[in-house]
Ligand binder design. Structure first.
Ligand SMILES: *[C@@H]1O[C@H](CO)[C@@H](O)[C@H](O)[C@H]1NC(C)=O
Ligand SMILES: *[C@@H]1O[C@H](CO)[C@@H](O)[C@H](O)[C@H]1NC(C)=O
Length: 424
């Protein structure tokens, strides 16, 4: 009994070993893929010798699938093929790679599903037929290099593409018009920090995109009419976008950055909801009063970790009280007037509000009378300078250098404003 069991165990172990190592014994990397890897090394090199490519030894008898860094293979149609290629070590102390991406090399790796280039100083174009030749690509990530030229239109052919990240390069031209609508599987699109111009193409109604980051480019025009409903993260900061913002984000959206554009008109109250806990709208041309959103947008207050930045716009009217639960709130450099609601005073002194910037407005009072405390908790930043009041001493200590100048706004500017109010 005993020895029979042991025998059976050994047999199982033996069979497991044979099955798991059999690709090594039986199969070599497909010749076309081996040649492609060789081609890649003709144009791409380590910035520092002894880096990433030191394991790519083409004269060694070892199988590249198991000995080359960054190469992963799989059996496809009874052939051992390269399915993912990570170029560079990805280590933070590595200077990365230099040279260019060989189109002829890459085009032959037709079973590639992932192409990753780690930060370095790689120049040249993204091979233009990449989407036409490498039909199975799911992930393309070529970030933090010096790639130039345009985003290949052929990328719109990649029906399985899930992630496209080309951020921090020197890409020019426009976003291929079909790209956002033709990729049913696309979840992550990051083109930030390039020199991409033109308008943002329309997305399809069926888009499953959850992360869209186009910040720091040269985009112009208005917001797309259809913004993917499942977005969790949207940044269009630092472009030349303009026009009104008619956007009703879903409750999935937690991060919205439209800062440093030329958006104008009133802020739709659909933007204010507690689930959208990081919202950056500063340095635009927004005007009008903040209209309170419906209570259904606030099943709970904003709370810890939340940030709302409306600074450097032309917002007017009174400070809206529903923003009093935001932890980091920038309303400075606008045309807000009237008294600051008492709930703001309470939350600042309770330490629930960590940063409250109200400088450079037309506010007339920060009502501390009913507040028990007069000393701000450690780490709380409050700035009230350059308003239509003599601010309490606590309202000046945390002002940034940019809020310098007189602590109050010149009387003439305030009287014009106030007399206008009282006459009307
Ligand atoms: C590459 O492999 C060959 C054969 O195993 C070996 O002689 C040679 O030293 C290796 N080259 C490098 C740079 O490791
Ligand atoms: C910004 O707003 C001002 C007045 O509110 C207007 O005169 C100006 O044309 C606007 N600029 C843009 C780029 O919309």
């Amino acid at each position: 009994m005993q020895s029979g069991n042991i025998f059976r165990h050994r047999l199982t172990l033996f069979l497991t070993l044979v099955v798991s190592i059999s690709p090594t014994i039986q199969q070599e990397l497909a010749a076309g893929d081996l040649n492609a890897l060789h081609q890649i090394t003709y144009t791409l090199t380590d910035v520092k010798t002894g880096g990433f490519f030191s394991t790519w030894n083409f004269t060694s008898p070892e199988n590249p699938c198991y000995s080359f860094a960054g190469v992963t293979c799989d059996v496809v149609n009874n052939q051992l093929r390269v399915v993912s290629l990570y170029l560079g070590t990805g280590l933070s102390d590595s200077p990365g790679l230099a040279g260019t991406i060989s189109a002829t090399g890459i085009y032959d790796l037709t079973e590639l599903t992932q192409l990753i280039l780690y930060p370095g100083i790689v120049t040249g174009f993204i091979p233009s037929l990449i989407g036409h030749r490498l039909k199975n690509l799911r992930v393309i990530s070529l970030t933090n290099n010096r790639l130039t030229g345009t985003i290949p239109a052929s990328i719109s052919e990649l029906q399985n593409l899930h992630t496209l990240d080309l951020s921090h390069n020197e890409l020019t031209g426009v976003i291929p018009p079909m790209l956002p609508s033709a990729l049913p599987e696309l979840r992550v699109l990051v083109l930030a920090y390039n020199n991409i111009a033109g308008e943002i193409p329309e997305f399809s109604d069926e888009s499953h995109l959850i992360h869209l980051d186009l910040r720091n480019n040269k985009l112009s025009g208005t917001l797309p009419v259809t913004i993917p409903a499942m977005l969790r993260y949207l940044s269009l900061s630092s472009n030349g976008l303009w026009g009104p913002v008619n956007y009703v984000p879903s409750s999935y959206l937690v991060y919205l950055d439209l800062s440093m554009n030329k958006f104008s008109g009133p802020l739709p109250n659909s933007l204010f909801r507690s689930s959208l806990s990081s919202m950056y709208l500063q340095r635009n041309n927004f005007s009008g009063e903040v209209q309170p959103p419906p209570p259904s947008s606030f099943p709970e207050p904003y709370g810890p970790g939340s940030t709302v930045d409306l600074s450097h716009n032309f917002m007017s009217g009174e400070i809206p009280s529903f923003l009093n639960s935001v932890e980091t709130l920038f309303l400075n450099n606008n045309h807000f007037s009237g008294k600051v609601p008492e709930s703001y005073v309470t939350n600042v002194f309770a330490g629930a509000t960590k940063t409250l910037y109200l400088q450079h407005n037309y506010l007339t009072s920060f009502p501390m009378e009913n507040n028990g405390e007069t000393v701000l908790p450690e780490g709380v930043a409050l700035c009230l300078s350059y308003n239509c009041m003599v601010p309490p001493a606590v309202g000046l200590r945390a002002c940034p250098a940019s809020a310098g100048g007189p602590v109050s706004r010149p009387f003439r500017q305030c009287s014009v404003f106030n007399s206008g109010n009282s006459l009307g």
